[in-house]
Structures are given as C-alpha cells and as structure tokens.
Design a protein around this ligand. Sequence first.
Ligand code: ADP
Ligand code: ADP
Length: 228
Amino acid sequence: MIKLRNVSKIYANGAKALVNVNLNIEKGEFVFLVGQSGAGKSTLVKLLYREEFATRGQVIINNVNLVRLKSKDIPMFRRKIGVVFQDFKLLPNKTVFENIAFAQRVIGKSSREIRNNTANMLELVGLSKKGNVFPNELSGGEQQRVCVARAIINKPQLLVADEPTGNLDQDTAWGIMDLLTQVNKLGTTVVMATHALHIVEQMKKRVIKIEGSTVAEDIAEEVPYFGS
Ligand code: ADP
Ligand code: ADP
C-alpha cells in the first residue's frame, strides 16, 4: 500500500530531512515511526498525504505514484487518507457533530447518510452525548477522539497520525491508542509517528526508527505465539 523508493526530502533552506529512504508498508499494517526530534518523522508523514513532495525518489500510495500526481488531483487523493495531528485542528466554530460531518458534506453524501454515519462514528469514539457541544468544551482526549472520528468517517484505507498523543496524559493517550487499534482492526492501515516509547513498547507493532534522516531500524510486529 505504501512504497518509498530512494526517497530524499531536502527543504528549500537546505535541511536534509530525509535521505534515501526505502520502505514498504502493506495494507492492514499498524506501524510506528520513532526517532529523535528532528529525525524526519513528520516529513515522512507529510510525504504520505502529499503535504510535502519528495525531492528525489518515488512515493507510491495505493498504486498512485505521487511524483506523477497533478496538483488538481491532490484533494481527491487526500480524501482517501485520514490525518490526525498532535494539536487537533478542529474547527472551533462548529459543533463536534459538524466537525465530523464536514468531511462527508465535501464529498456530497446525502443528509441522511451524513446523519447516520456521524452518529455511528460518535458512538465508536464514545462521544454520543457530545455531538452538540463545541471543541473548546471538550477535554484534550475527547477532542482527539473527535479528530480520529473525523479522519476515519470517509473510510480511508490509510490513517496517518503525527504525535496524536503528544498533548495528552497517559491514560487519555491509551484511550486514543485503543481507538487506533480498533480502526486498524476494521482494515485501515495505520502509520503513527510518536515520541511515546512506553506506548510503542507495549503495543508490540512494527517499529520503524528514523535516525540521521533515514531508516536506521525496522523491527517487525511481535506476533503472539499460541503454541500447543
Ligand atoms: P521530526 O518529525 O522527526 O521531529 P521533521 O520531519 O519535523 O522531524 O524535521 C526533519 C528536519 O527537517 C529537521 O532538521 C527540521 O528542522 C527540518 N524541517 C522540517 N520541516 C521543515 C520546513 N518546512 N522547512 C525547512 N526545514 C524543515
Ligand atoms: P496547503 O496545500 O497550503 O498546505 P492544504 O489545503 O493542503 O494547504 O492543507 C491545509 C491544512 O489541512 C494543512 O494544515 C494540512 O496539514 C491539512 N491537511 C491536508 N490534508 C489533510 C487531510 N487529508 N486530512 C486532514 N488534514 C489535512
């Protein structure tokens, strides 16, 4: 589902954020991106939803070669990818319901479908009673659950999350991790950049370590052994 071939990203100021990255991520995987601050995690995440463009190499997402993707096709491409950020980015003047429904209005779903889907999504993230409140009336963890709901409402094949637990306390962070695990079990590939090593250690998923602007380690998911 995700293929990076000899990918480098050099910003206009000369910063070599990524150098010669090669990576394959299969459909349905749950992958952590770890590494020190400045290692290039956010840049990698941004390449995946075409927020940034590789300076060299190929980025292929769902058989779409982003090198060849025309500007006018970027919005359509992004609709198939859910994105969750550290700092939530909810629309402050819209209710929780509207924040989640919005992505569906953009793609022209009927009002009835939007109502049903949004209600289902509120239930999935445990916020059925909060549809009519505004983001600033929610806790950080609740806001992030709204963000996850918004990111997955259009059933994306890929969910990318950049430090989604960065602004949350530990318990709340685990609530978000449970949600991402659930989303992944429903078939969405999840790629999450994080500093939260205690979470990474406990989840036992694939871990890609970025160091010196490239992939330094790639540790496979620990598959539980059910021996006889
Ligand atoms: P991480 O997410 O691992 O902290 P980033 O991908 O944000 O790392 O940054 C990698 C490197 O690229 C850093 O040296 C950073 O300063 C640089 N960088 C990131 N974004 C930009 C930008 N928009 N312009 C210039 N340099 C950038
Ligand atoms: P620009 O091309 O000027 O970066 P965009 O319209 O692409 O503006 O993005 C506007 C904001 O929305 C950015 O902060 C970007 O990170 C965010 N964004 C882009 N694509 C998505 C997406 N698929 N899901 C959620 N947020 C996104």
